[in-house]
Design a protein around this ligand. Structure first.
Ligand SMILES: O=C[C@H](O)[C@H](O)[C@H](O)COP(=O)(O)O
Length: 262
């Protein structure tokens, strides 16, 4: 997973300062555990996110099921990797085909703006994340302070999952969208948790699709318009803009944990 994430680079300005007190993993664990402790109750249908932060939420669900503190939980994973982690923890799994409504979904994010809009998909899991999280009554986002930005855009590229067929044509059409503001499309290469291919091979998503990362020089002015325009490009499957979906964001910062509600 970490190697797949290496394609888009994030600026870790604030987090380096925090790391002198708590490591990045300790911060991720704090918010992952808190999200489960605060929002997951026995009997719920729970969406399990993907990534290095969501990992700790999945771990916590597994712990609480094993101890008997939680019972009668079923969960829906948002990637093959999360499915494998959940199975290793004996978390009972179902799918959207049998459970179309979830009580809660918990996941990380690559960027969070002041309106709690997100960029997701740095780990390539955005389609399964979006279909699951759009079906949840509550969507809880867990991040460390480094993911909080004034506006989506330059701090982390926007991933778009696309069908492989004539990918260069689709990339040109994405670059030409008015709300794309001249962002440059880059086909993601390198390892993926799914196909375990290293080097210059094109990264393949869990859905056997390609990932195109849109690199912005300036803040995205209108995420709603951009999401709408991307959805109309033939050849795209889903994009990493999660607009108007967040219920709460739990943030680990140098002064402890804060919660922002939508
Ligand atoms: O595809 C990956 C997901 O959208 C992740 O939730 C996102 O990339 C954040 O991952 P992490 O918690 O590892 O920074």
């Amino acid at each position: 997973f970490h190697t797949l994430r290496s394609a888009p680079q994030r600026a870790f300005g604030t987090s380096l300062k925090m790391a002198t007190k708590l490591t990045q993993d300790e911060l991720k664990k704090m918010v992952g555990y808190k999200a489960v402790d605060d929002h997951v109750k026995s009997g719920m249908v729970v969406g399990l996110g993907t990534g290095s932060t969501a990992y700790f939420a999945v771990e916590r669900v597994g712990q609480k099921l094993a101890s008997g503190e939680l019972t009668d939980i079923v969960a829906i994973p948002t990637s093959i990797r999360t499915k494998e982690q959940a199975e290793s923890l004996n978390i009972p799994l179902v799918t959207l085909d049998t459970h179309s409504r979830l009580d809660v979904a918990i996941d990380g994010a690559d960027l969070v703006d002041p309106a709690l809009n997100l960029v997701k998909g740095g780990g390539g899991a955005l389609f399964r994340e979006k279909i699951v999280e759009a079906s949840a009554d509550k969507f809880i986002v867990i991040v460390d302070q480094s993911k909080i930005v004034d506006a989506l855009g330059p701090a982390f590229p926007l991933p778009i999952e696309c069908l492989p067929f004539c990918i260069e044509h689709t990339m040109r059409n994405l670059e030409a969208l008015p709300a794309m503001q001249g962002a440059k499309a880059v086909l993601r290469r390198g390892s993926s948790a799914n196909n375990q291919v290293d080097g210059e091979e094109i990264a393949i998503s869990d859905n056997q699709c390609y990932l195109v990362d849109m690199h912005f020089d300036e803040p995205i002015k209108d995420p709603v318009a951009l999401a709408d325009q991307i959805n109309k490009v033939v050849g795209t499957v889903e994009h990493g803009l999660f607009v108007g979906m967040t219920t709460s964001v739990i943030i680990a910062g140098e002064d402890g944990i804060t919660v922002k509600d939508a």
